[in-house]
Design a protein around this ligand. Sequence first.
Ligand SMILES: [Zn+2]
Length: 533
Amino acid sequence: MRLVRVWPRLGREWATSPGNLKTTPPPSRFSLPLRYKGLVSVTPVSVYGMTSARTLRKVACFAALSLALAVSSRRLFSSPAEEKRISVYSLVANYSLPVVERDGQDYTGLLEALEPLGNVSATTEGSHWRLRYNNQRADFTAGSNRGDVGRTNFDLHGDFLLENGRGLVPLSTLGPLLERILGGPVTFHEASRRVFIGSVEVHFTAQISPGIAHSLVMNFTSPVNPRISTEPGKLQMLFSHEPVVAPGSMSLTFDDKVIPSASYAEQNGTAELTVNGNVPLFATFSNGNHTITISPAPLAAGQAPAPASGSAPSAGAAAPSAVPPPVAAAPAAPPAPVQFFAVVDASHGGAERGEALTDQLAEKDVTLAFGRALRGELEARGIHTLMLRDGDATMGLDQRASLANVASPAIYICLHASSQGHGVRIYTALLPLGGSDVGPFLSWDTAQSPFLSLSEAVASSLALELETKQVPVRVLLAPQRPLNNITAAAIAVEVAPPGTGIADLNSPAYQHLVAESVATGVLSVRSKLEVGR
Ligand SMILES: [Zn+2]
């Protein structure tokens, strides 16, 4: 699929409203790659004095899924080499701009830097470039290192450049220049190329949870949605869209044997938090994306052993939840590594509400309640379960797939709820045509392919179990993301009302019945799933 960037002419790669992660449909003439979802239309008045228009959107879940499918493009082996970029954070929009090098100096486009913030226009006359931003005027001359902003003559610390009508200013002058044009405080972290307009910084705290062993709880002052990756001994969070700033100290140490430390760094327009652990780590989002909880991932067969200290990772819940964690047993012999576990993914969440089932009932709340019920039933059958979202949090489909794949479960179960039809629909992935692996790299769009027959076996087993309980059930193929991206047996379970009223969707008895059937269905193919890994 073709990848078209937002505002390709300007080269701006992403734009989000700060503080909330609501998404607005992209302008129809652009297709929006998933990772740049979050484009927000704003009515700029002053960057210092307004919040962005909140566009509440009721998303029918399959509409959202098909949009996601239509715009998905692969990046496992298509991501370009990292280019130099600058990030700009403000009250009206967060965005990233390309940085170009001219005569050994870094430059960026001034019009592009101002465009998301207010009404801006530029005209070129010979070597003169005149800029108008709201009521402010600025005047520059190609090849001159001085310019006028209003009535003030300004030193640019380098020559102004004019390229195809595009005005480029030296990066080192961007902070003071924006401050002069915008008429308010601008903080510029020049080494890491991050510009903060006004007081927009997101701060965070990090501490080992007093309630759950070996869980690091990070609380952020605004919602965050970092890209998460892991490597042995590390879990990394990359914040490119959020003005996250350093804690008091760049390195943090914790009084915990499993998660002893974390560190903060920023570079190329991005803040990076690295959590060091002695075991594979897993991240769970909650509290409207204000909280990220890092805990030990269950150990898959053949993975790193527990730390030598004998302080084995907790097998408890990955994150705080409505249900208090079980009281820890007295420390005895370290428990055997968990080799068989499930990932439950409560679809939607946070700004993305899913289907409006009734005026009061949002799909995201039903999927979470159902997810917790399912976790209870799976755990009761000895199947350890991680939930990707254990609270109200906004998460992208790529992010869900990446988190699940990193955890490497035996089975991934994605949950949806719907007002349409009756009973339960179970989906396995309908893989897109044309995806093919390149050398050792797996195509992201067809990553599910080797696991498809296993997924279908799980779906049949669940259907059988639901039929036994007299719940109407259908098994379907659907191009449902992120199923096609999951490198494990993967199914989606969509729960519709049993037959009578829509409110029954939220009935604990019905949720319990369905959760019980799904858990039993998984249990009966456990041996197949173990072989299939
Ligand atoms: Zn849904």
